[in-house]
Design a binder for this molecule. Structure first.
Ligand code: HEM
Length: 449
């Protein structure tokens, strides 16, 4: 049991108010999900919801979130949404149960080792510069779509560096279809809706086949030459467990899908929200431009620049606080358990929400305010308080990768461009388990010729 950080002696449990007969709290959760969840801590530390026939607890206290995530065997990944994700992407790192997780994590960790980061960052920098090279002064772009393309291109390049450079049919086009398709499928209410012969399902099936075929060819090519190409695929191929066994081709394919599912949308959403926040806060944007003009003078950002870009890094941390892309996550009690002195029967669904924690006024003063400078004094928040990358054994394996990508992209783009969303209604979040903005357009203004 981890040492309690908060001096709370008794954690409260309560039923959330306002449940309707039969439907319970499902309409409130569907109608205004973020506002509804952010209000729950007012009712208790463990708040019970009725979602139709399903009973779930929302864990609202950071100490309890910390305890739950520290015990990944008792509180494992599970539940209906995860079952659907497993059907589509298999049992890769992000979706596998605790029983096989340790082995997978140990094998995959070297791919994201700090020493690998400068190599990944060099590829990221090329892709970011390439993606923005086609922009023109006065262009109007769909920001979330552009950031999704950018993040897909970066991930594709870091997974399959040699392939992408060789100019073969770009993998990232199939990846784009796959990541969009997977996100859509997770939202489909009917269990078999993904088997219907709709154009979207056919496109997704074709893209998955293309990706499988490409991965198969690349694996064969890598295995034949045995060359380390300094990409993620090379590290997956080199991975062995304690018995010296490597990953099979099918397992490597599952991990590729796992990285796509977990890595593309999250980073793209972070970048999109950052542009809206910077546009709404011209004083911060002015200071960002000053930092970038001093350090970069218009050139693209590189890995070596990161220590000289502290404000850019704080902007990323603050964006992830206000808009953590996986804003609500779940666990299932695998056995009769106890949390904060309350009984949790086996099979109970437990939800935790980085969004809820990040918007608690007792943890983050003036929580709705975009204030990157709060990170000058809040360098290490208490465990369970700031959780955009999760915690414990299932903490994001790509946290440094995603943060590096976001800092390099914001620095390179903002050094040359100002992104101004079209005037009108504020940008609203999309529905779903990922906190991403709805499509919005913005005008590009060149800062440096
Ligand atoms: C800003 C970007 C990102 C955010 C906010 C983010 C967030 C998260 C969170 C919250 C989790 C934990 C989920 C849970 O506990 O249920 C997670 C897990 C994971 N993420 Fe990320 N992620 C980001 C980028 C990436 C990238 C770039 C990759 C890979 C290229 C990646 C790969 C993964 C994987 C494989 C897992 C599962 C880890 C495990 O269970 O051992 N993520 N991510």
């Amino acid at each position: 049991m981890p040492t309690p950080f908060f001096p709370t002696t008794r954690f409260t449990a309560a039923l959330a108010p306002g449940g309707l007969p039969l439907l319970g709290h499902a309409p409130a959760l569907l109608h205004r999900p973020h506002e509804f969840v952010a209000r729950l801590p007012a009712h208790g530390d463990l708040v019970r919801l009725r979602l139709g026939p399903l009973r779930a607890y929302v864990v609202c206290h950071p100490e309890l979130v910390h305890r739950m995530l520290a015990d990944d065997h008792t509180f494992d990944k599970g539940g209906p949404l995860l079952a659907k994700a497993r059907e589509v992407v298999g049992n890769g790192l992000a979706t596998c149960p605790a029983a096989v997780h340790r082995r997978q994590r140990r094998m995959l960790q070297p791919a994201f080792h700090r020493e690998r980061l400068p190599g990944h960052a060099a590829l990221m920098a090329e892709e970011i510069a390439g993606a923005t090279a086609r922009w023109h002064d006065g262009d109007v772009i769909d920001v979330p779509a552009a950031m999704h393309r950018l993040s897909t291109a970066v991930t594709a390049r870091c997974l399959f560096a040699a392939h992408e450079r060789a100019g073969s049919p770009p993998v990232h086009r199939s990846m784009d279809v796959v990541t969009h398709g997977l996100a859509r499928r997770l939202l489909l209410p009917l269990p078999d809706a993904d088997r219907l012969p709709t154009p979207g399902n056919r496109r997704l099936r074709r893209a998955r086949q293309d990706l499988r075929e490409t991965t198969r060819r690349l694996i064969a090519d890598h295995r034949a030459t045995g060359t380390d190409r300094h990409d993620l695929l090379s590290t997956l191929l080199a991975a062995t467990d304690e018995d010296g066994l490597g990953l099979s081709d099918a397992e490597i394919h599952e991990q590729v899908l796992s990285f796509l599912l977990a890595g593309v949308e999250t980073t793209a959403a972070t970048l999109s929200w950052a542009w809206t926040l910077l546009a709404a806060n011209p004083a911060v944007r002015g200071r960002l431009h000053a930092e970038l003009d001093t350090v970069l003078d218009g050139r693209p950002a590189r890995h070596g620049d990161l220590p000289a870009l502290p404000l850019t890094a704080r902007i990323v941390s603050e964006t992830l606080r206000l808009y953590p892309p996986p804003w609500i996550l779940s666990r299932t009690a695998t056995t009769d358990a106890e949390l904060g002195g309350h009984r949790v029967p086996a099979g109970t669904t437990l939800l935790f929400s980085p969004y809820l924690l990040h918007r608690r006024a007792d943890l983050f003063p003036r929580p709705h305010r975009f204030d990157p400078d709060r990170w000058l004094t809040t360098a290490s928040p208490a465990p369970g308080t700031y959780t955009p990358f999760g915690l414990g054994a299932r903490r994001c394996i790509g946290d440094d990768f995603g943060t590096t990508e976001a800092v390099l992209a914001i620095a390179t783009i903002a050094a040359r461009w100002t992104i101004t969303p079209a005037p009108g209604r504020p940008v609203r979040p999309r529905r779903g388990s990922s906190l991403a903005p709805r499509p919005f357009t913005a005008r590009l203004t060149r800062r440096i010729r």
